[in-house]
Write a protein that binds this ligand. Structure first.
Ligand code: PEP
Length: 251
């Protein structure tokens, strides 16, 4: 049985005071929740302040990115080792904004996944097609490339620590959500690819989140799908009230 992972991707939002307050409010609302695992991913500069708020609450901390080298002359970058050192459990890798705005490719994303795993972190590998790619009928091809490219060289043992987030680019921050059926179909494709790569036993353990305009009023329909094991939430994770409703979709 896969325990869902409900993650808030705060992106480049908040200042120090509002990040602290949001984390404190979420500890009040969600501390001790057992049905799902709750994860907060603030910006790098707010990680420690959020960590102070959530420690001992059962809520996990994650970063939104890392670099693929352990250390050295990489001005402006942050390594997976540094994230692990300050108490991060997860790191989001290959988010569509990094692929399409910053220009990251599958090769770099793969090196980041391998580096995160080597440092003991749990990578959340984001995959998903653009609107044009969906309309061109190449969703399967794109998602397959993201999965096989992003996970190249990952052992089945390490595969157990990887979460996949299926995030159709056309649904991120747009208010357009994939229907539960559309999302589940792609999740089933991903599960099949994981099974080919790591074997059915490991694939059955791995969580595949959905992301893309998840809101309190659509989360239940998505989470009812057999292949959807959680949500990666952007906009609706910035307000404690809406993120609480999303996390407690089961009530
Ligand atoms: C995201 O940032 O990963 C995301 C899915 O954003 P939103 O929920 O705002 O669409």
């Amino acid at each position: 049985m896969r325990r869902p992972l409900m993650a808030g991707n705060w992106k480049m939002n908040n200042n120090l005071a509002s990040a602290r307050k949001l984390a404190a409010d979420l500890v009040q609302a969600l501390g001790g929740v057992e049905q799902v695992e709750v994860l907060l991913c603030p910006t790098f500069v707010h990680l420690q302040a959020v960590m102070e708020q959530i420690k001992n609450s059962g809520i996990a901390l994650g970063a939104q990115n890392c670099y693929c080298e352990a250390g050295g002359a990489y001005t402006g970058e942050v390594s997976a080792a540094m994230l692990a050192d300050i108490g991060c459990k997860y790191v989001i890798i290959g988010h569509s904004e990094r692929r399409h705005v910053i220009g990251e490719d599958d090769g770099l994303i793969n090196r980041k996944v391998l580096s995160a795993l080597a440092e003991g972190l749990r990578p959340i590998l984001c995959v998903g097609e653009t609107l044009q790619e969906r309309e061109d009928g190449v969703t399967e091809k794109v998602v397959t490339r993201h999965i096989t490219g992003g996970l190249a060289g990952v052992s089945p043992e390490d595969g157990r620590r990887v979460t996949i987030a299926y995030e159709p680019v056309w649904a991120i921050g747009t208010g357009m959500t994939a229907t539960p059926g559309q999302a589940n179909d792609v999740h089933a494709l991903i599960r099949g690819l994981l099974s080919e790569g790591f074997g059915p036993e490991v694939a059955a353990e791995m969580r595949i989140q959905y992301g893309g305009s998840v809101k309190p009023d659509n989360v239940k329909g998505l989470m009812d799908q057999p292949e959807i094991d959680g949500a990666l939430v952007g906009g609706a994770s910035l307000k404690a009230e809406s993120f609480e409703k999303i996390v407690k979709y089961y009530e």
